[in-house]
Design a protein around this ligand. Structure first.
Ligand code: HSE
Length: 409
């Protein structure tokens, strides 16, 4: 029997306990060992559970118990998760986490410690919730030179955008439902401002391209400026708006990483990824294009990925799964402004059309119901993001209001 501890009994941690208890037979079969939860660390009291006796409040009990071989971290946030995880790894315990903030901030350092201590540090649930993506990227696609990854990586924002697109629901109402369903982060700004997507694309980029990508170095836009009007203009040409994280190799061997909303054409597979689902496309030089799809947030889908990692740790208690990337000083990154894209632009002002035709070669105009006489929306030719930014500043300088500027995928 292998004893484990779970740190954090929130949405994901309680899901992990539930899956381990309910699926114990099939888990034992896969792990070839019985997995028993010895401790659950949480500062709150949970007196009415079948497993209430397992709760502790002192982390040192876990750290100092040599019978605990695998520790699950589902507390979220960097503090105290970083300190606890580091101490567990240094003590020779394998660690499984769902904590994308922790991995995006300290992944390189924690992987190095795990390597030195010959233990495992696994975090499949940190990207894509229940979707198997890190293990396939690391193992099944190992024969490829991966050169591009793009995905819808945040269930909360995708849920909100789907409600706006399909039900014309307001942003705030949709967010309130996502919070109730347990999809949103404690502070939902992390979802809607794009930080959560940023952490996940940083993890994917580090794994695919071998060097840590720090979130602070990644251009990140959220969805708070997207309006129902933008959704309607986009729909008139069969586009849907999704929050995208992208990491692509550039010709000079660097990696360009960004997070921003984008108009997705109806023919792209990403356009059909709705609600809390995530979709991630990986391009490799042997496989071509492959897409991963599934529930990106929520208690049991995320617990599914965590428990699979626990099983993997139990099966590899005396050996390491090869999962590794180096630290980086940021020189591996290419500025997002050099990337080329068409842009959806929405302008307001009596001279909107005149300035549009001054700055863009062949704008493709869009329309919506009850469109005000002084508002226009259009899709531009492909330019670099830097060129788009300059044009938008020039348009503003002419006194025209820029109501929206969104990439076209
Ligand atoms: N808040 C995250 C999301 C949870 O909505 O995707 C899963 O990482």
């Amino acid at each position: 029997m292998i004893e484990i501890a779970i740190m954090g009994h929130g949405v994901v941690g309680s899901g992990v306990a539930e899956v381990i208890i309910n699926n114990h037979e099939s888990i034992t079969e896969h792990a070839k060992e019985k997995i028993d939860i010895k401790y659950i660390l949480d500062l709150r009291d949970f007196d009415d559970l079948l497993y209430s006796s397992k709760f502790i409040k002192d982390f040192n009990i876990i750290l100092e118990d040599p019978s605990v071989k695998v520790v699950v971290e589902t507390m979220g946030g960097v503090n105290p998760a970083y300190d606890f995880v580091k101490k567990c790894l240094l003590a020779g315990k394998s660690v499984v986490t769902s904590n994308k903030e922790l991995v995006a901030a300290y992944g390189a350092e924690l992987l190095k410690i795990a390597k030195e201590k010959n233990v495992n540090f696994l975090f499949e649930a940190s990207v894509g919730g229940g979707i198997p993506i890190l293990r396939p990227l690391n193992q099944c696609l190992a024969a490829n030179e991966v050169y591009d990854i793009a995905g819808i990586l945040n269930g909360t924002t995708n849920f909100i955008l789907t409600k706006m697109i399909k039900e014309q629901m307001s942003f705030d109402d949709a967010l309130a439902i996502a919070q109730k369903l347990g999809y949103a982060e404690k502070n939902p700004a992390a979802d809607v401002e794009g930080f959560d997507t940023c952490r996940k694309i940083c993890i994917l980029a580090a794994l695919a391209f071998g060097k840590h990508v720090y979130p602070d170095n990644v251009h990140t836009e959220g969805i708070t400026k997207i309006t129902l009007e933008d959704v309607e203009y986009a729909a008139s040409e069969k586009y849907v708006i999704k929050l995208i994280g992208r990491a692509a190799k550039t010709d000079n061997g660097k990696v360009q990483v960004w997070v921003a909303p984008a108009l997705i054409p109806g023919e792209s597979q990403l356009s059909t990824v709705d609600d809390v689902f995530n979709g991630i496309i990986v391009w490799g030089n042997a496989i071509g294009e492959v897409m991963f799809y599934g529930k990106g947030a929520g208690k049991l889908p995320t617990a599914s990925a965590v428990v699979a990692d626990v099983i993997d740790c139990v099966k590899h208690l005396n050996s390491r799964k090869y999962l590794y990337w180096e630290d980086s000083d940021g020189n591996n990154l290419e500025c997002y402004k050099s990337g080329s894209t068409a842009m959806y632009v929405r302008l307001k002002g009596e001279n909107a059309k005149t300035v549009t035709e001054e700055f863009y070669k062949a704008p493709k105009y869009l329309s919506r119901e009850n469109q005000p006489f002084d508002e226009i929306a259009f899709i531009t030719e492909a330019l670099t993001v830097g060129e788009h930014n300059d044009i938008i500043e020039s348009i503003k300088a002419r006194g025209t209001e820029v109501l929206g500027a969104i990439r076209v995928f």
